[in-house]
Ligand binder design. Structure first.
Ligand code: SF4
Length: 353
């Protein structure tokens, strides 16, 4: 599908029809910057290019089947594939972020506003994390690159402001669909398209250890690791991938990476009442992060039907943050967003219609 091709791939494809590289660039720009999939409406392309594009089958699209707006401004889009399979992405506007758009609007700054798009990369997920609603639906299939770029195209039409950040934290484990996620990151990163820099794309893994270093080497996105526990005993129950790549193995993999200047890795830590929120956990978390360019991102748990975990109290969260502070751990707190419409982390689980 043309809208799932990187610029070099599209250039090669159109060159096979004797079209010059700049027509490929204009086509890429029309699709990924202007969101136009219909060759008849693509601005700037030549008549010959238009005629070639019209010979290809029409580009398949995702459609928005419903939108769910939360009180905090979060907007969940439920999308359908042409075959009627459902997936979801979430638009999260926030105040106070750095909010620098990544070049696609001429490097324009959006002061103090950030619009994050949380993307899905699979329908369902095989990782089976016990706190995650998506994990309960098992893996249905991987999304194609064009199905990932389509989420951005449609979300851009619904977002209150231009999308400034992309995070692969929706449905699916990115490293279980690594080739397509990488392809999508390369498309999103192309200057003449959406133009997101590496800093503005985050790929979040639950810990597929052997793929962390190879993906990091591509430089296509920043990384986030969902740690969530400080002992293997607890992490085995929360993130079954831990049985394959445990805490020591993951730490060693990260320590061996020659991190670039000013690069960080986000360590996501979901606070669960009575499970991973003790002072000993805070200390072990500090020890685990030592020597890494880690930024801990504390997350609130979002309840879902059938789930057995509970959110920490405000006072326990404050205590945990104080312990991290005392142990010298740089951390941020991400308040749960959109949990009244099941759009929050770990709550995405569209069902097949
Ligand atoms: Fe999959 Fe992420 Fe849910 Fe784990 S938390 S089951 S990796 S979607």
């Amino acid at each position: 599908m043309l809208h799932g091709l990187t610029l070099p791939q599209l250039t090669q494809k159109l060159a096979a029809h004797s079209l010059p590289a700049h027509q490929a660039r204009l086509t890429f720009q029309a699709i990924h910057r202007h969101g136009v999939l219909d060759p008849e409406k693509m601005p700037g392309i030549s008549e010959r290019c238009r005629n070639v594009l019209l010979k290809f089958p029409p580009l398949p699209r995702l459609s928005v089947t419903s939108t769910h707006a939360a009180e905090d401004g979060t907007l969940k889009l439920q999308l359908a594939t042409p075959a009627g399979e459902l997936l979801e992405c979430v638009i999260i506007p926030s105040q106070g972020g750095a909010g620098v758009s990544a070049g696609r609007h001429g490097g324009r700054h959006h002061p103090a506003t950030r619009v994050t798009l949380c993307l899905s990369c699979q329908i369902g997920c095989a990782a089976g994390c016990s706190f995650c609603f998506t994990g309960t639906m098992k893996l249905q299939r991987n999304l194609e690159p064009w199905e990932i770029t389509e989420q951005f195209r449609l979300a851009s039409q619904h977002a209150p402001r231009p999308i400034t950040n992309l995070v692969f934290m929706g449905m699916g484990e990115p490293f279980h669909n690594e080739a397509h996620v990488l392809q999508a990151c390369r498309i999103f990163g192309e200057d003449i398209g959406a133009g997101f820099s590496r800093r503005h794309i985050v790929v979040s893994t639950a810990g597929v250890g052997n793929r962390i270093r190879p993906f990091w080497e591509t430089g296509a996105a920043s990384l986030s690791l969902s740690l969530h526990a400080t002992t293997d005993e607890v992490r085995n129950t929360l993130v079954p991938l831990n049985r394959r790549w445990n805490l020591d193995a993951l730490r060693k993999i990260l320590l061996d990476i020659p991190w670039r200047k000013n690069e960080t890795i986000t360590i996501a830590y979901l606070l669960l009442s009575g499970v991973n929120d003790s002072q000993a956990d805070a200390q072990r978390l500090a020890d685990w992060c030592r020597g890494l360019p880690a930024k801990v991102n504390l997350l609130d748990f979002n309840a879902f039907p059938g789930g057995t975990y509970a959110k920490v109290s405000d006072s326990q969260r404050a205590a945990f943050r104080q312990w991290l502070h005392d142990y010298g751990v740089f951390h941020t707190l991400r308040h749960s967003r959109g949990d009244d419409v099941m759009a929050a982390c770990g709550q995405l689980a569209a069902r097949r219609r």
